[in-house]
Write a protein that binds this ligand. Structure first.
Ligand code: NDP
Ligand SMILES: Nc1nc2c(c(=O)[nH]1)N=C([C@H](O)[C@@H](O)CO)CN2
Length: 252
């Protein structure tokens, strides 16, 4: 019986890399996307079960959930990678906070509640297959948050607040879904620059960290692999941030 991993935001960058990595690791992958990049066709060729879903739309979220529930009795994991990242003064729209909360918090909330039974079912199936009593934590939810969830961000107030809320949901869902489902946050700092980042911005971002490097998606992929293999880590945040929290203590 297939027990796939659902990843949101697979059309580019970290989500796309994660989807390919997990397919190559032998998992069945379900991917949600908003924009139909060429990467989506590549994932289709790899056998990823793809759903076009704008996470601001309750209608599209519910349609995706209904389709997944109708197709899969179990889910191995859900990885909430999709997120919008808008600076507070980037758009005139005063509803930036609403959009950040809708995509980065409300959508993961709805999806976790609706698919929790599929995750718990996977754990119970694994326990039966192993004929072992008390196998725990066979299923996972992973929230991609951000270093700024704890620190705040003066240019992305709404975005940072949404990531803080997403991590708080890690704590609540970890308590709610234990012991069958582990729930953890990954809080990156500088994983990948954006294509339109200026050299000045890049230098500024690198200078914020004790380890002044662009980490690359590999850091995230290998941490996801570790969490999927764990049976004893839940309700925790894994900071993939180059020591950014200590930069201001550096005297040299
Ligand atoms: N890159 C980095 O250095 C860091 C990344 N992170 C976090 O890691 C995760 C991945 O980062 P990264 O790959 O750089 O993110 P990107 O912004 O490059 O991609 C985000 C993905 O989310 C999708 N998305 C955005 N809005 C919506 C929406 N309304 N409905 C559906 N999908 C949507 C995008 O789809 P589309 O392209 O179609 O719009 C895209 O596929 C994110 O959660 C991010 O916040 C945190 C800190 C640092
Ligand atoms: N949804 C996104 N969130 C974040 C991104 C991104 O590209 N999409 N990028 C960062 C990095 O800090 C980046 O700005 C470094 O230049 C944070 N979150």
């Amino acid at each position: 019986m297939e027990s796939p991993i659902l990843i949101t935001g697979v059309g580019k960058r970290i989500g796309f890399a994660l989807a390919k990595y997990l397919v190559e690791a032998g998992y069945k992958v379900i991917g949600s996307y908003r924009t139909e990049y060429s990467a989506v066709a590549e994932l289709d060729q790899l056998g990823v079960d793809l759903y076009q879903c704008d996470l601001v739309s309750d209608e599209q979220i519910l349609a995706m959930i209904d389709s997944i529930k109708g197709k899969y009795p179990y889910l191995r994991a859900i990885i909430h990678n999709a997120s919008d990242c808008i600076a507070d003064d980037e758009v005139e729209d005063p509803n930036t906070i609403d959009r950040m909360m809708k995509v980065n918090v409300s959508a993961p909330y709805q999806i976790n509640l609706a698919l929790a039974d599929r995750l718990k079912g996977y754990d119970q199936q694994v326990s039966c297959d192993r004929e072992s009593e008390g196998d725990v934590g066979a299923a996972d939810i992973i929230h991609l948050t951000d270093f700024v969830a704890k620190k705040g961000c003066d240019s992305h107030v709404a975005y940072a607040a949404s990531k803080a809320a997403l991590h708080n949901m890690t704590l609540s869902f970890a308590a709610r879904l234990a012991p069958q489902v582990k729930v953890n946050s990954i809080a990156p700092a500088l994983i990948m620059f954006n294509e339109d980042d200026s050299e000045t911005h890049k230098r500024k971002m690198l200078a914020k960290n004790l380890l002044p490097v662009e980490a690359s998606q590999t850091e995230i992929m290998e941490l996801v692999n570790y969490l999927l293999g764990s049976r004893y880590v839940t309700g925790r945040c894994f900071n993939v941030d180059g020591g950014r929290h200590l930069k201001s203590y550096q005297t040299g």
